[in-house]
Design a protein around this ligand. Structure first.
Ligand code: 5RP
Length: 225
C-alpha cells in the first residue's frame, strides 16, 4: 500500500462517521481530496457541505456536492454534526498541527462550527510530541516581521512561505524548531500576538475522532467517554 492508498482508506472510513441529511464540514488537503471524491459518490445522502478553502469548494462542486456559505448555514439553523479534515501532525491527545496547505484559518472557523472533528490521517502523521512539522502561522502582512521576531524569542526559526497568499489575502510564516511541550498554552499565547490571524495549533479543541490508516487497516481512536 502506498501513501495515497492509506489516505484514501482513511478518507473512505470517514463516510461512516457522517449523519445523513445534514451538512458536512470539509477541510482541505490531499487526504481530504480523497474524502471529497467519496462524498461526491453519495452526495444525495447529505444536505451539502461547508468548505474550508477555495480549492476544496471547487472540488466539491465538481464532485456534485452543494456548497453552502457558513453564514447562510448558521442563519438557516442547519444541523452541523461532523467536520472532516486531515492534519500535518497529531499527538496521542488528538491535538494537531495544521496549515501545511495554508487553509488553517478557515479550517479553524469551520471546524469550530461543527459538533465533532473527524481527523483522517495515515500513520506517518502520528507523533508523540507536536513540533517536528514547522508550525504555520497566518499573519497580516504588515505584522510579519514583528510576529517572526516573537517566534524567534520562543526559540523558533520562522520562514516566510514565499509566493503564497492565503484565501484571506494574508501570508504564512512556517516556524521550525519549537519545543511544543504545552500545545494548549502555546496556541493561546500565539493567538494573542497582534497581527496573528490564526496559529496552526488545533489543541484547545482537539479532534473528536481520529481515523488512522495503516497497512493493517483503519484504526479508530476517539475521545474517552
Ligand atoms: C491544510 C491542512 C491539511 O489538513 C494538512 O496540511 C494535511 O494535508 P494532507 O492531507 O495533504 O497531508 O491543514 O491547511
Amino acid at each position: 500500500m502506498n501513501q495515497d492508498d492509506l489516505k484514501r482508506a482513511a478518507a473512505r472510513a470517514a463516510l461512516a462517521e457522517l449523519v445523513p441529511d445534514t451538512l458536512v464540514g470539509v477541510g482541505s488537503g490531499s487526504t481530504v481530496n480523497f474524502f471529497i471524491e467519496a462524498l461526491g459518490e453519495q452526495a444525495a445522502r447529505f444536505a451539502g457541505a461547508v468548505s474550508s478553502s477555495e480549492r476544496s469548494t471547487e472540488r466539491l462542486r465538481a464532485a456534485g456536492v452543494r456548497v453552502f456559505d457558513l453564514n447562510e448555514a448558521v442563519l438557516a439553523g442547519m444541523a452541523r454534526p461532523v467536520y472532516v479534515d486531515g492534519a500535518d501532525e497529531i499527538d496521542p491527545g488528538r491535538r494537531m498541527i495544521k496549515g501545511g496547505g495554508g487553509a488553517l484559518t478557515r479550517e479553524k472557523i469551520v471546524a469550530g462550527a461543527f459538533d465533532r472533528f473527524v481527523c483522517i490521517v495515515d500513520a506517518s502523521k502520528q507523533v508523540e510530541t507536536l513540533g517536528r512539522f514547522p508550525l504555520p502561522i497566518e499573519v497580516i502582512p504588515m505584522a510579519r516581521e514583528l510576529v517572526a521576531a516573537r517566534a524567534r524569542l520562543l526559540g523558533g526559526s520562522p520562514v516566510l512561505r514565499e509566493g503564497f497568499v492565503t484565501d484571506n489575502g494574508n501570508q504564512i510564516l512556517d516556524v521550525a524548531g519549537l519545543a511544543i511541550s504545552d500545545p494548549v498554552a502555546l496556541e493561546e499565547q500565539i493567538d494573542h500576538w497582534p497581527g496573528v490571524v490564526t496559529v496552526g495549533l488545533f489543541a484547545r479543541a482537539p479532534a473528536s475522532v481520529v481515523l488512522v490508516a495503516t497497512a493493517q487497516g483503519v484504526r479508530r481512536v476517539s475521545a474517552p467517554g
